[in-house]
Design a binder for this molecule. Structure first.
Ligand code: ADP
Length: 287
């Protein structure tokens, strides 16, 4: 398998490459990760079961879209495929360092620049992808209300129902959605889609990087909301973002709505107390 991956890398980069050293990289939630090097060139490789190749392809295409926007650093995707029954995704290797305040301000500015990238096809993306390991549908949709209701909230509620989740006020949330999103007409923005602190890093050279995206064109507030879900990013990030691209009025209430998507997804991935957390968020939204 490693030889096949090395050959694929060589074919894509046009430079001979063979794996002289392979090291395991920890920290991923879903895949096994490795550093491959020949002493000169170094790559980051994720592997999973062959059935997961579509997930890797969608991640690579999402990284490519963000990379092409030239707004914020992401690892450049090199190649992906299957070899010997294993799916792989090869990315440019980045050396991460400790994150410092100036880098977080730059992250805020650069994320704002990413969010200025829009689509004339509306909300959605050119293909479906995954959020964690959960399928994430992205059909092009004209309005944000329709997109978020059908392809984000209803989709996760449906999966959660199949998993045995109990959300007594679910229907009230759908009834309240037009009011929760009233007077809010965001431009479709290229979003990372899964922006918790584990997917944000800083290189040794001090450049902010975002990793492991679940890219689509959506309301940019979904990214800011998620940065506040599991512990906030440093204050300098929000100050710089707000200076570059101020958030619309009413964001704090929408934040809970947008994060409900991720908590439902966590229930679908991990079960447990995420069900009661989702119900508390629902109560908060309907207050
Ligand atoms: P998973 O898809 O399994 O969640 P991640 O994409 O989050 O995996 O990557 C796992 C870890 O590997 C990250 O926390 C990060 O520290 C490291 N990593 C990710 N991408 C790169 C890269 N391009 N270069 C170097 N290290 C990386």
């Amino acid at each position: 398998m490693w030889t096949a991956i090395a050959q694929h890398i060589s074919a894509k980069t046009g430079m001979p490459f063979s794996v002289d050293e392979r090291r395991s990289v920890s920290g991923g939630c879903i895949n096994q990760a490795y550093q491959l090097t020949d002493g000169g060139q170094t790559f980051f490789v994720k592997i999973n079961q062959a059935t997961q190749v579509a997930m890797f392809e969608a991640e690579a295409l999402g990284l490519q879209d963000i990379y092409d926007s030239q707004t914020i650093r992401v690892p450049r995707p090199i190649c992906w495929g299957t070899a010997d029954g294993t799916a792989y995704l090869v990315l440019e290797w980045l050396d991460f360092g400790s994150s410092q305040d100036p880098a977080w301000a730059l992250m805020g500015q650069q994320l704002a620049a990413l969010h200025r990238v829009s689509s004339d096809r509306g909300f959605g993306w050119h293909q479906n992808n995954t959020i964690g390991a959960t399928p994430q549908p992205n059909p092009w949709t004209e309005t944000w209300l329709d997109f978020f209701r059908e392809h984000r909230l209803r989709h996760q509620f449906r999966l959660a129902g199949r998993r045995g989740g109990h959300f007594p006020r679910q229907h009230e949330v759908f009834m309240a959605l037009p009011e929760l999103l009233a007077h809010h007409y965001p431009e479709p923005a290229l979003v990372h889609g899964d922006l918790w602190s584990g997917n944000a890093a800083v290189t040794k050279a001090g450049e902010p990087v975002i990793l492991d995206p679940a890219t689509y064109y959506g309301d940019r507030e979904v990214d800011i909301a998620m940065t506040e879900l599991f512990g906030r990013f440093p204050p300098s990030f929000y100050e710089a973002y707000q200076a570059a691209y101020p958030l619309d009025e009413g964001y704090p209430r929408r934040k809970t709505l947008y994060n409900l998507y991720h908590i439902l997804n966590h229930f679908n991935l991990f079960g447990g107390s995420y069900e009661s957390q989702a119900n508390r968020m629902i109560d908060q939204l309907l207050r």
